[in-house]
Design a protein. Structure first.
Length: 238
């Protein structure tokens, strides 16, 4: 693995240095975040998990953009990251917030191998589950989470069908989204209510750390007794 101070091998982009704001997010665990950045810039690119053009913006667009999600997660929470890919947002969260119990769910073998290798090298206490969030065996292992995260996995209605069954009652799914998050929420409110989601809102986090701030769709899993009223509110909004 190429260290950030070394010359890159031919055809390999240099590992970018962290911005000053990274220390605010990672504190004394910044070396672990640097190690993760180096893994993405080298093995991640070589294995097709990260595009070469993304390497110069790994910190702002990927690592910090994901790590600031921790602002919305309570202390000691059990977090399941679905469709984790190269570990975003799960690994930056685990580095920035060692109090969290993080599980990464990813169906593709080459990605789970990368994740497992990095977790072992970095000494992180993170679990990797190979499979899809909607599979019964995955729900059995990863279900009952306080928080389920995702990033660029699916449209909101489909994402809720996969995420909410993994969340305990009154837990939340936190989906990193783009500037169209509010429109997506209005479009899919009824679908959210149908699968037990409620109290949905668009939030921002990371102000002053990443620009623009990270946009998050937050949806609560409602107990069955509370769902009928939420479906009625969704219909009245239409």
């Amino acid at each position: 693995m190429t260290e950030s101070g070394d010359s890159p091998a031919p055809g390999t982009a240099a590992v970018p240095e962290p911005p000053a704001t990274a220390e605010r997010v990672f504190g004394d665990r910044l070396p672990l975040a640097r190690q993760y950045c180096a893994a993405l810039a080298t093995a991640g690119v070589e294995r097709g998990l990260i595009g070469p053009r993304e390497v110069p913006r790994l910190w702002d667009r990927h690592i910090l953009n994901c790590a600031v999600l921790g602002e919305l997660i309570p202390s000691g929470a059990a977090v399941v990251d679905i469709g984790s890919g190269a570990g975003l947002p799960g690994i930056p969260l685990a580095i920035a917030r060692p109090d969290l119990r993080v599980t990464l769910v990813e169906p593709l073998l080459r990605r789970t191998i990368f994740l497992a290798e990095f977790i072992e090298e970095a000494g992180l206490e993170v679990t990797v589950v190979r499979g899809r969030a909607e599979q019964p065996d995955v729900r059995k292992v990863a279900g009952g989470a306080d928080i389920v995260t995702s990033r660029a996995v699916a449209p909101l209605a489909k994402l809720a069908k996969w995420s909410l069954p993994l969340v305990r009652d009154h837990g939340r799914m936190l989906a990193l989204k783009g500037s169209s998050a509010a429109e997506e929420l209005e479009r899919d409110r009824e679908d959210l209510a149908r699968v037990g989601g409620g109290n949905a809102e668009v939030l921002e986090c990371g102000a002053g750390i990443v620009s623009p701030p990270t946009v998050v769709l937050s949806v609560e899993r409602l107990p069955r007794a509370e769902r009928r009223g939420e479906r009625g509110k969704s219909k009245r909004r239409r």
